[in-house]
Design a protein around this ligand. Structure first.
Ligand SMILES: [Mg+2]
Ligand SMILES: [Zn+2]
Length: 194
């Protein structure tokens, strides 16, 4: 399941015309570039992925990490990967929380889950028609540029289809958190498949 999620988006192949005709195990070794580029960065969604989802939360005291999230994120850091947060915070754009409240919540997240290599945040309301709200690819591409790595070496881990689609739209990989896959198993598969 996870392997499939990691292998699915192949938009970085450069249109070599080989799509759909891959036959595993029979590829000549002449290709310099691996078909699955190694992973160099991970973008985790915030709410419902690394902390318990409290809709439009502006209170740092209500931040509660998902079980196993700290250990999983530390494993990514120890593996030398960039680790960032990719999050839609429309509560700001809807004026339900202030930007200062959002920042206070994010600071608490870092306090509990360790430092991140970047926060990639869309604060806009859905009807603002901004450039950055997931599933748009902009924030994934911003992370790639900030980290000086290719989008195809980034995995987005999130609990919604919009997380997966943002990754696909950017040419990155995606792993969806659901009943069968939590942050710990997602991270295991990233480190194993790398
Ligand atoms: Mg989420
Ligand atoms: Zn936005």
């Amino acid at each position: 399941m996870l392997e499939e999620a990691l292998n699915e988006p192949r938009s970085q192949d450069g249109g070599s015309g080989e799509k759909g005709s891959r036959s595993e195990g029979t590829m000549p070794k002449r290709r310099a570039a691996p078909t699955t580029p190694s992973i160099r960065g991970v973008l985790v969604d915030r709410d419902g992925t690394v902390i318990v989802d409290v809709p439009y939360n502006g209170d740092p005291e209500r931040v509660e990490p998902v079980e196993g999230a700290k250990r999983a994120l530390d494993a990514l850091r120890a593996a030398g990967l960039k680790v960032g947060v990719l999050t839609n915070q429309s509560g700001v754009g809807r004026a339900m929380i202030s930007e200062a409240q959002m920042r206070a919540v994010n600071a608490r997240v870092e306090e509990l889950l360790g430092p991140f290599d970047g926060w990639f945040i869309c604060p806009h309301a859905p009807d603002a028609d901004c450039d950055c709200r997931k599933p748009k690819p902009k924030l994934v591409l911003d992370a790639a540029r900030t980290w000086r790595i290719a989008p195809s070496t980034i995995v987005v881990v999130g609990d919604k289809d919009s997380d997966v689609e943002a990754a696909r739209n950017a040419g990155a990989h995606a792993i969806k958190i659901d009943g069968a896959c939590d942050i710990a198993s997602a991270v295991d598969s990233i480190i194993t498949d790398r």
